[in-house]
Write a protein that binds this ligand. Structure first.
Ligand SMILES: Nc1ncnc2c1ncn2[C@@H]1O[C@H](COP(=O)(O)OP(=O)(O)OP(=O)(O)O)[C@@H](O)[C@H]1O
Length: 267
């Protein structure tokens, strides 16, 4: 159950399509590769994509346990739960806000999570109901913000940072995705979406740049084939980037923990 989870980490982006789900899957796998027990909750209720990325076959459904609870689905060593396991492709996702928060809350609190070191939550884009539900219902250890260096994505990332601050969830840092593109033909490297954006907002908001990831078709192809880069090529360069990001996230979590004021009693 959720009480058995030591740290809940939200992965969010202001804007859709910046690679948040891809980063969440690889980050969770990179942390698991370090020997931790890791869970992954796909809270992108409207467009759940973790099942596909983790190679969970269509039609896999969670077992019901203890009456009303779901057993998580194990995939690539992670304990996972997703809306994709609970609805069919034909189920229309034309839901109103309260229904979405209800579904999210159920997945979070009614999944029989085993004892986990980390539970990563792939948040839906934006700053809506799910974000609020999360802040109100759970003790969240921190949030990772994913952005591309593009101005418009950065603007939305800032809104995301401000929202987490408002609801008192510590922002652990920023991951800049699709930073550089390396041409597979000539090896020329180019900052397609602009340069230094992630670093700038990290400084502006007094947080850190957790890492940068290149724009490469390998990341997309491996995720689409159900084996994210961290498991497809564990010794590869991309897995190396994710391993560094994982170290930084773990270090930031340890630091925010120290920041929490402790009450001591004298005589
Ligand atoms: N660094 C990268 N290089 C190449 N392709 C990438 C990279 N990161 C993500 N992608 C691809 O971009 C697309 C969008 O990524 P993803 O679904 O992870 O984004 P998202 O922010 O979670 O989107 P949404 O908000 O719509 O769920 C996917 O096809 C993914 O494989």
């Amino acid at each position: 159950m959720l009480e058995d989870v030591k740290k809940v980490v939200a992965v969010a982006s202001g804007k859709g399509g910046v690679g948040k789900s891809t980063v969440t899957a690889n980050l969770a796998l990179a942390v698991a590769a370090k020997g931790f027990k890791v869970g992954l909750l796909d809270a992108d209720v409207y467009g759940p994509s973790q099942a596909l990325m983790l190679g969970v076959a269509d039609g896999v459904r969670p077992q019901t346990t203890h009456g009303n609870n779901f057993g998580p689905i194990e995939a690539q060593g992670l304990y996972t739960m997703s809306m994709a396991y609970l609805v069919t492709e034909k189920t229309p996702m034309v839901w109103r806000g309260p229904m979405v928060s209800g579904a999210f809350q159920q997945m979070l609190t009614q999944t029989d999570w085993p004892e986990l070191d980390y539970l990563f939550i792939d948040m839906p884009p934006g700053t809506g109901d799910i974000q609020l539900t999360l802040a109100q219902k759970v003790q969240v250890s921190g949030a990772v913000i994913v952005t591309t260096p593009q101005d418009i994505a950065l603007l939305d990332a800032k809104k995301g940072i401000e929202m987490f601050r408002k609801v008192k969830i510590p922002v652990l840092g920023v991951v800049e995705n699709m930073s550089l593109h390396t041409c597979s033909e000539c090896g020329h490297t180019e900052p397609v979406f602009g340069e230094g954006g992630g670093d700038r907002i990290a400084k502006e908001y007094d947080t850190v740049l957790l890492g940068q990831l290149p724009l490469t078709s390998t990341i997309r192809e491996q995720a689409d084939s159900g084996k994210p880069s961290v498991v497809a090529e564990p010794e590869g360069q991309i897995a190396g980037f994710f391993s560094e990001i994982a170290d930084n996230v773990i270090a930031q979590l340890a630091e925010t923990e120290q920041d929490v004021p402790t009450i001591t009693f004298g005589d």
